[in-house]
Design a protein around this ligand. Structure first.
Ligand SMILES: C=C(O[C@@H]1C=C(C(=O)O)C=C[C@H]1O)C(=O)O
Length: 371
């Protein structure tokens, strides 16, 4: 067995025992890390700012509610690197009882209805103070008897510049994804956040030209970040971009913002709580967009467009927005995919965009199902 096969097998064993864990690899690292936790070592804070002084792995929903809590896995067992992870003796771990969780209802919208909802969104934007809204949908794909561990390893190999993760949590469910979007990175003396939006299909020659629609929709995110910076008195800061970021089957426009970590001493949780959700996943202005989403989307976003990642683990915070992700039920992979709608959107193109974005996960699933 190769190391990749051994790791896939270990993940399958953890899932068969229903262990609570998060396994992830940071963009460009190709080094998986794992955090395994007992039920007692899981915390459900009402807000991220209640996490000051704690460390672990955060898995946060789009909106924190009783049936979708913010979860912090404390580091029961933490290992980094394939060899260290393979040294975990899974047979010694006790089997976890299945949590009393009702299966979430996944509402699937057909193409015609999706196009209509995009038309309504464009109309509302053209006649109100709303400038941008992210509308999303669910894409189901039937599960076979393929190994989820192998699927994770396939996704990891296919998407090296994303945060590739798999989590199994009693209150949140089983989720996998490969997200390119940094919400917050804090290491040493610098904090970084990113404005990422605007999408086109990935090109083999990497020669991209961007149109007004994408430039504008990414600018809404940058502008919003500056509003948040103002509230937290963050100045000076440096920016890099907009530049193109390729990930999976698509490419985006991205600007990075960096500033001194001391600006947020003891306030990191408050900052993230304020930052989320950004107009990359909600819209602009934020509260109007959020209200509109709750009316136009029939499904519950659950953990899609929430955020996840190591929180103060080894002195570092690496949070990512939960995109290009799916919830895994006994029968299905339920992929979540959306896009930013502005007055310049074309409904048919927006439909295509959701397909392209889902392509990252679907191609990994198909590769494993074909084996
Ligand atoms: C909403 C998603 O992605 C977000 C929306 C984008 C867009 O509208 O162009 C681009 C990147 C992400 O910020 C998603 O992948 O589901």
């Amino acid at each position: 067995m190769t190391d990749t096969e051994k790791l896939a097998h270990l993940l399958d064993k953890l899932l068969a025992k229903n262990c609570s864990f998060a396994v992830w690899a940071l963009p460009g690292s190709n080094t998986p890390e794992i955090l395994l936790t007992d039920q007692e070592d899981m915390i459900y804070p009402s807000q991220l700012n209640k996490l000051n002084g704690q460390e672990g792995f955060v898995f946060a929903p789009y909106h924190i509610e009783e049936d979708k809590p913010l979860v912090l896995l404390k580091p029961g067992i933490y290992q980094k690197g394939v060899e260290s992870i393979l040294s975990i003796d899974v047979d010694q771990l006790t089997m976890q009882k299945t949590a009393q969780q009702t299966q979430p209802k996944h509402i699937i919208i057909q193409k015609d209805d999706y196009l209509k909802s995009i038309e309504t969104t464009i109309e509302t934007i053209s006649t109100s103070k709303l400038s941008k809204v992210i509308v999303s949908r669910l894409i189901p794909h039937a599960r076979g008897d393929e190994s989820l561990g192998s699927l994770y390893m396939q996704l990891l190999q296919q998407t090296p510049n994303a945060m590739v993760y798999l989590v199994n949590l009693p209150q949140a469910g089983l989720w996998m994804g490969a997200t390119p979007e940094v919400l917050l990175k804090s290491e040493g003396k610098t904090i970084e956040t990113v404005s990422l939006a605007g999408t086109q299909s990935r090109r083999s020659d990497s020669d991209y030209s961007w149109h007004t629609k994408e430039i504008e929709e990414q600018a809404f995110v940058s502008r919003y970040l500056l509003d948040v910076f103002y509230r937290f008195n963050i100045h000076p800061y440096t920016t890099q971009g907009p530049e193109t970021l390729e990930s999976g089957k698509v490419a985006h426009l991205m600007t990075s913002f960096r500033f001194a970590a001391k600006k947020l001493a003891h306030k990191l949780g408050d900052f993230v709580a304020d930052l989320h959700p950004t107009p990359a996943v909600c819209g602009y202005p934020k509260s109007r967009a959020d209200k509109f989403i709750s009316k136009i989307e029939q499904h519950d976003r659950r953990y899609y467009t929430g955020y996840l990642g190591p929180w103060r683990l080894n002195e570092s915070v690496r949070l990512f927005v939960n995109l290009r992700c799916m919830e895994i039920t006994p029968e299905n992979y339920v992929l979540y995919s959306g896009g930013g709608i502005t007055s310049r959107s074309v409904p048919e193109d927006e439909w295509e965009e959701t397909i392209n974005k889902a392509g990252t996960l679907l191609s990994a699933i198909e590769a494993v199902q074909k084996k």
